[in-house]
Ligand binder design. Structure first.
Ligand code: CA
Length: 219
């Protein structure tokens, strides 16, 4: 796996690159935003937000617009970046300096795994007793139609795109509702509650406190 380290501080980038190389990663480095944008064909980006020539947040957004490459943002504690903001920028995860190599490698592997195992959308998805037909916008539970509103359907289909994975609240609002959702986030809870009711068992949708929701496959 080819990892791009975007970091202007050699005293961080050097040992980090060596550590990742020891873990079996192929390491490429960029010390500026311009260099990072000129580097392609990498499998993973570690992005320091404090760069000399560009705002790391703009760079993150731009990298995300160009490709689906997983991005882990590296922030200094003083950046005080809200994790929601980072996710909005298109980052997959973040670590705060100082961080350990082991923690970072675990995050890289987790994010890569998520990126790779996102299943291809199939016309009819079966999750235990649940069937989601994206083409027909239809949901069946144990063989019986479940009447969902369009938003409820979109929400369920979104959570079902990666069963078991946690979806962040803000991401859900952006992707299911609007790219720039500034309304009350209670809307999401209302729809989750209604979906749980219609699916006949609240356990289908698990609340991950302080983060978001995940769909659980019930048998
Ligand atoms: Ca820096």
């Amino acid at each position: 796996m080819r990892v791009l380290i975007v970091e202007d501080d050699d005293s961080i980038a050097e040992p980090l690159g060596q550590g990742l190389a020891r873990e079996g990663f192929e390491v490429t480095r960029a010390a500026t935003g311009a260099e990072a944008l000129a580097t392609d064909d990498v499998d993973f980006v570690l992005l320091d937000l404090g760069l000399p020539d560009t705002d790391g947040r703009d760079l993150c957004r731009e990298l995300r617009q160009r490709s689906d490459v997983p991005i882990i943002v590296v922030t200094a504690r003083s950046d005080e970046m809200d994790r929601v903001v980072l996710l909005e920028l298109g980052a997959d995860d973040y670590v705060v300096k100082p961080f350990g190599l082991r923690e970072l490698v675990a995050r890289i592997r987790a994010v890569s795994r998520r990126a790779q195992t996102a299943p291809e959308p199939t016309p009819v998805q079966r999750l235990g007793r649940l069937e989601i037909d994206r083409r027909a916008h239809r949901v069946r539970l144990a063989g019986r139609d479940v009447e969902l509103t369009p938003k409820e359907f979109d929400l369920l289909a979104h959570l079902a795109s990666d069963p078991g994975a946690v979806f962040h609240r803000q991401r859900i609002l952006e992707e299911v509702w609007d790219a720039h959702w500034y309304g009350p986030t209670k809307t999401l809870d209302v729809h989750v509650a209604s979906l749980r009711k219609k699916l006949g068992d609240p356990a289908w949708i698990e609340t991950v406190r302080g983060v978001g929701f995940r769909l659980v496959e019930l048998r």
